[in-house]
Design a protein around this ligand. Structure first.
Ligand SMILES: Cc1cc2nc3c(=O)[nH]c(=O)nc-3n(C[C@H](O)[C@H](O)[C@H](O)COP(=O)(O)OP(=O)(O)OC[C@H]3O[C@@H](n4cnc5c(N)ncnc54)[C@H](O)[C@@H]3O)c2cc1C
Length: 373
């Protein structure tokens, strides 16, 4: 069996990994450097903390980010906007929570298995601290975190200088750049082709640079560009830096009201931020985000910068499903790394016909059509 994976972001890398494990002949097409559009992320692995975006609470959060300068609005996908408004405050279909819980379990187990073989990507589960500037926001999130629907252990902390803090002891993090290198070492039999794919068909054909190729199945994991195939997706851009700082940071920390994450490693810190609803390649907001980082942390030196986009569905939750010979694995939004192992695994199972479409995870896949990516 021959399968093409288009897009070598974190989701595409996991799809290729699981297909290779299943004995499939895999060609991975990536227009740039594999992982380079994903590795700006903080690398916090918290799939059980997924929240819906089609809620008034989320709109309030975005408004607060905009008010505080974290968020900008420049362009969104029109279909995503229409579907988001239509889905506002609408409950997920029955079975959705179970499917998401299973995805969360599979993803954490996926990282733990790789770390148990060799932890060459700084994976650790020392917990996540969330700090709030505003008491009202803290109380709102505390109520959600401690509600009977939440399965994630949480402790409430009072820290001087903050309106409140929540600590999630079971959350982990990893070094994204090192993890991409690990995946590339794992993919020993995958043919990695540095090439932009122009067009895909439901019949398993793809076109690129004037040539055509046929596959038994095609996994499309191109992030935000998959919207051109009929998916309601938009991109929420953000930025990541590896920095040196004299500050002592013990655990991954999110400054919730500022949309900034700080993750500690042996020699440096990863800092991320920015919520730009923007489908362009513009980076003009990044310096302002770095200035906001410096308000919570002294930055002595910047070693590396990266940017990327959170692919967001109308409800902010992942999609993985099949139509014809096309399989979509997408929509990780703010938790693309957290869900990537499960998205890649499910995509591989769909390719090899070892599982049917899940009614929730494959929502929106009915509207898939042939098109550019
Ligand atoms: C600031 C920030 C911090 C984040 N922190 C976290 C975090 O801590 N934890 C977490 O779980 N998630 C985090 N995320 C979210 C996560 O980074 C994304 O959800 C994830 O990168 C999406 O991965 P992807 O593989 O779906 O898409 P992408 O990363 O966008 O990868 C798509 C790939 O497809 C390639 N491609 C596109 N079109 C074509 C084509 N036509 N032909 C060939 N190749 C193509 C692109 O070059 C790219 O490499 C963060 C996001 C941001 C912005």
């Amino acid at each position: 069996m021959k399968v093409a994976v288009i897009g070598g972001g974190i989701v595409g890398l996991f799809a290729a990994f699981h297909l290779e494990r299943a004995g499939v002949e895999v060609t991975l097409y990536e227009e740039g450097k594999p992982g380079a559009r994903s590795d700006h992320a903080a690398g916090i692995i918290e799939p059980a903390n997924a929240y819906r975006t089609n809620t008034l609470a989320f709109l309030r959060r975005v408004w607060r980010f905009w008010w505080g300068g974290t968020c900008t609005f420049r362009s969104v996908d029109g279909r995503w906007l229409t579907e988001s408004l239509r889905a506002l405050e609408r409950d997920l279909i029955p079975g959705a929570d179970g499917a998401l819980r299973e995805m969360a379990r599979t993803s954490v187990a996926g990282y733990e298995e790789l770390a148990a073989q060799k932890n060459d990507f700084a994976y650790t589960r020392k917990g996540l601290l969330e700090r709030y500037d505003h008491r009202g926001h803290f109380l709102e999130d505390r109520a959600i975190a401690m509600s009977k629907d939440s399965t994630v252990p949480v402790e409430v902390r009072e820290e001087e200088g903050w309106a409140g803090s929540l600590f999630y002891p079971s959350v982990g993090w990893l070094h994204t750049e090192q993890f991409v290198q690990r995946m590339l070492r794992e993919l020993t039999r995958t043919d990695i082709v540095r090439q932009r794919v122009d067009h895909v068909g439901l019949d398993g054909t793809l076109r690129m640079g004037g040539t055509r190729a046929n596959f038994d199945a095609i996994v499309v994991s191109t992030g935000v560009t998959s919207r051109k195939l009929g998916l309601p997706l938009t991109g929420v851009k953000g930025y990541g830096w590896h920095v040196r700082s004299r500050a002592k940071v013990e655990v991954a920390t999110i400054f919730v009201d500022r949309g900034i994450a700080v993750v500690p490693f042996e020699n440096d810190l990863k800092v991320t931020g920015g919520w730009d609803f923007d489908l362009s390649a513009r980076l003009s907001h990044a310096p302002k985000i770095l200035a906001a980082v410096k308000e919570v942390l002294p930055v002595d030196r910047i070693d590396r910068f990266g940017d990327g986009s959170r692919p967001c569905t109308p409800d902010g939750l992942p999609i993985v499903g099949r139509k014809g010979r096309l399989i979509i694995a997408n929509g990780g939004f703010r938790l693309g790394w957290s869900f990537a192992p499960a998205l890649g695994k499910h995509a591989a199972l769909l390719c090899t016909n070892r599982t049917p479409n899940d009614p929730f995870l494959s929502r929106y896949c009915g509207s898939l059509h042939a098109g550019p990516v």
